[in-house]
Design a binder for this molecule. Sequence first.
Ligand SMILES: *[C@@H]1O[C@H](CO)[C@@H](O)[C@H](O)[C@H]1NC(C)=O
Ligand SMILES: *[C@@H]1O[C@H](CO)[C@@H](O)[C@H](O)[C@H]1NC(C)=O
Ligand SMILES: *[C@@H]1O[C@H](CO)[C@@H](O)[C@H](O)[C@H]1NC(C)=O
Length: 324
Amino acid sequence: MTFPAFILLPSLKLFYKYYLKHLKCFICLLATIGVSSTACIYVDTRIYGSNDLVVAPWNNLLYNMSVSNLSKHGLHPRYTHILINIPQLIGPASICLMPYIKNDFKGWFTKLPNLSICSALIMLSIFPHQELRFLIPIVPFICMQLPNIHSRWFFKLWMVFNTILFIIMGVFHEAGIIDTLVSQRYFAQKNINVHIWWKTYSPPTWMYMNKNLTVSTTNFINDTERIDNIDFDIDVNHVIDLKGCDTELANDTITEFFNRNPETIITLLYPASVQTKVLEILNRTDINYTSKYYTPAHLDLDHFDIDDTSTFMPGFNVIDISYI
Ligand SMILES: *[C@@H]1O[C@H](CO)[C@@H](O)[C@H](O)[C@H]1NC(C)=O
Ligand SMILES: *[C@@H]1O[C@H](CO)[C@@H](O)[C@H](O)[C@H]1NC(C)=O
Ligand SMILES: *[C@@H]1O[C@H](CO)[C@@H](O)[C@H](O)[C@H]1NC(C)=O
């Protein structure tokens, strides 16, 4: 969906340099755009059985223009893409985005790949929801510039940056999720009990390969996270994704399950970084728990708390909780 942001400025240049002098080609372009858009709108309108025309890109734009919609996904300052996401994505190659260093302002801006980079950064920075992944198509444009950098130091730095980021993001970040699903052989079980995932990215529930699996998660009413949609009577083949909800809601979920099904065993899966919070929940006399699995190979970057150094612990835990 972000594609138009990447081609807006390059298409203006294309229009002035080419189509303005070749109006027949421009009419031909408009005609083909018209035909394919009409086909897409027709198919979407039929599929959704709507009485109005369904123009998906337009609906998408309307959705993304509403700050209250975007707040469901997270709001970021407008400088997030430029000051935080770009350095994370390309590290030392960010220098390619500073044409004044080469004193070639005009030459830099007239190249199509650079126009595309500017176009995307400007357009995507307008929206207050700014995820790093939206900028991924910029990477090849940046790499096209690398041969212009004639510095051995730069390439050493570039290798170090990529090696470190590869190890953090490619090997350890959220890695315990897959590790646990595979090593606990959850995918090979006919029936599982209640699995509560807390403070992890969405578990890939398809890996359970369980046709009877119920997957529940939290809902929001007036910006308050709630557990209205969880059916506490289902105590087999039930996976609950509590996402990053607070300790109170996690405690309520566990308590409610035991209220309805005292015999049930709840498996809680969580990163070691929130061990303190889990121990708070387990600190009651009517609950018994045993550790089922631990792997140190999991890096949770989302729950650091300067006041509690245990939140910097890598690792992933699985415990079974029962009610006494
Ligand atoms: C799923 O549940 C149905 C009925 O509840 C049962 O007949 C069936 O065997 C179950 N399938 C699996 C794969 O466990
Ligand atoms: C969890 O809920 C139980 C039952 O409502 C309550 O007694 C306990 O204090 C709660 N624990 C935490 C950490 O909030
Ligand atoms: C707690 O759980 C362990 C392991 O499942 C079990 O051996 C022990 O008897 C339980 N303790 C109580 C008080 O139920």
